[in-house]
Design a protein around this ligand. Structure first.
Ligand SMILES: C[S@@+](CC[C@H](N)C(=O)[O-])C[C@H]1O[C@@H](n2cnc3c(N)ncnc32)[C@H](O)[C@@H]1O
Length: 229
């Protein structure tokens, strides 16, 4: 039976969920066994309890808008099942480090790397944002949770980042992990607190290069690409 924990007690929280989010979580929670989803000819394994590209197009859009990653050292923060990290490898990244705060997502990403024989170049680790990440990368990707309310369990950390703690840490610490000619790619949405997002960008050391947005499946997604100058 699907459990819905979302928003422990968020009645006092000023951040509310977009109307499509709870139905999305319900669909993800119906899966109690691993399953696959095919995107751009790539079969992707998804474990129960992990954000699913079968029901969410944010990762598809990130893949559509990735910068050139050929020969690049790529970091994906918050990899979920690993679809974006896999796409980076397929497009010629030299090395991919994928992280997530959800241990099942880390395992899921690791399994997907193994399924495509990429484990020599791709690694998945458990990390709260950059906490266990060392080194600098040519491309850093973060498809961020859109909402600022509290998550009730690990799956919900994919959609809810309480008071935008993770997003704030990302823009605060990104300069330590990006090379000087690097590119930073962040997914966000008008479903989230855009004033806060814009403020974090402004305070960061990043310069906006391009922004794209689209609305599909009833909600809007954005991909913002930055450089370091
Ligand atoms: C919107 S989902 C993106 C999943 C996948 N990359 C995609 O594009 O479909 C956000 C991911 O970030 C992870 N996440 C949330 N907070 C995090 C944190 N503090 N540190 C690392 N990962 C985090 C979630 O577990 C989730 O897998």
């Amino acid at each position: 039976v699907p459990r819905v924990l979302l928003m422990r007690d968020n009645s006092n929280n000023r951040y509310q969920l977009h109307s499509t989010t709870k139905p999305y979580l319900d669909m993800v929670r119906k899966h109690v066994e691993p399953y696959t989803f095919t995107l751009n000819g790539e079969e992707i394994l998804v474990l129960p309890g992990v954000m699913s590209p079968k029901y969410d197009w944010a990762g598809h859009y990130m893949i559509e808008n990735l910068p050139d990653v050929r020969d690049a050292d790529v970091l994906e923060v918050g990899s979920g099942c690993g679809l974006v990290a896999m796409a980076a490898y397929r497009r010629g990244a030299r090395r991919v480090l994928a992280t997530d705060i959800n241990p099942v997502a880390v395992e899921n990403t690791r399994l997907n790397f193994e399924r495509i024989g990429a484990q020599h170049a791709c690694e998945a680790i458990l990390s709260d944002m950059f906490e266990d990440v060392s080194g600098q990368f040519d491309v850093v990707i973060f498809n961020a949770p859109y909402h600022g309310c509290a998550a009730g369990d690990d799956l919900e950390k994919g959609v809810a980042d309480e008071n935008y703690r993770a997003l704030t840490a990302f823009f605060r610490d990104i300069h330590q992990h990006i090379k000087s000619q690097g590119r930073v790619v962040v997914g966000f949405s008008s479903s989230g607190d855009h004033d806060l997002f814009d403020g974090l960008v402004k305070e960061s050391s990043l310069r906006l290069v391009t922004s794209v947005e689209d609305t599909r499946w009833g909600y809007q997604c954005e991909v913002h690409t930055f450089d370091t100058s």
